[in-house]
Ligand binder design. Sequence first.
Ligand code: GTP
Length: 235
Amino acid sequence: MKYNRILLKLSGEALMGERQYGIDPQRLAEYAQEIKLIHDKGVQIAIVIGGGNIFRGLAGASNGMDRVQGDYMGMLATVINGMALQGALEDAGMQTRLQTALEIKAIAEPYIKRKAVRHLEKGRIVIFGAGTGNPYFTTDTAAVLRGVEVEADVILKGTRVDGIYTADPEKDLTATKYDTLTFEDVLKKGLNVMDTTAFTLSQENALPIIVFDMNKPGNLVKVCDGELVGTTVNV
Ligand code: GTP
């Protein structure tokens, strides 16, 4: 495999499958199988998952809710998703550890970088819950932060589009996909890869980002093997 240690970012919405809300067990099981393919090949896997299928702080704020309160609720949503994913991965035979940025010791380990790295070295999949533990930060930022901390080789952003396009492919039929971009290209062209905080953190630490379609079976293993799937952003 091209990558030895990855940080996989999954969106909370992806867990909904065809549902309007919550978690689709079928989708979870499919993701677990995709992850197992790379786990079996010895890739060390850390995962950050969003919470948008349950609660979004920003959406709460736009409905009049206090932003900070909403963001903490969103962090708890990522813990719920992390627990669901942990269950699915263990059902598929993998060892996992869930670490949370907010302490909820009855259900998860607190986030400790050195412990996380040790788990990864032992072949355990480490899921990071509760984002960065701070309001006003996205789970994309949490993904890059944890990726930098545990010295991942790459951030794999699994989404429902197959890469970065010249325009939104769901709205503009003439949009074309980029195979590779530099961080500077993304900024110059004003492309939307991650929010600015996450993107800048990745750029400053020269941590490449690959955006790919996680819903296409076999894609994750191809990405880890260095195949040109999705779009790679690098220095
Ligand atoms: P090694 O020391 O590398 O073998 O790691 P380990 O995770 O197996 O050892 P540890 O004794 O730290 O943990 C044993 C089990 O307890 C694992 O399933 C951990 O996820 C779990 N665990 C450890 N710390 C906590 C905690 O603070 N809260 C919760 N809920 N579980 C924990």
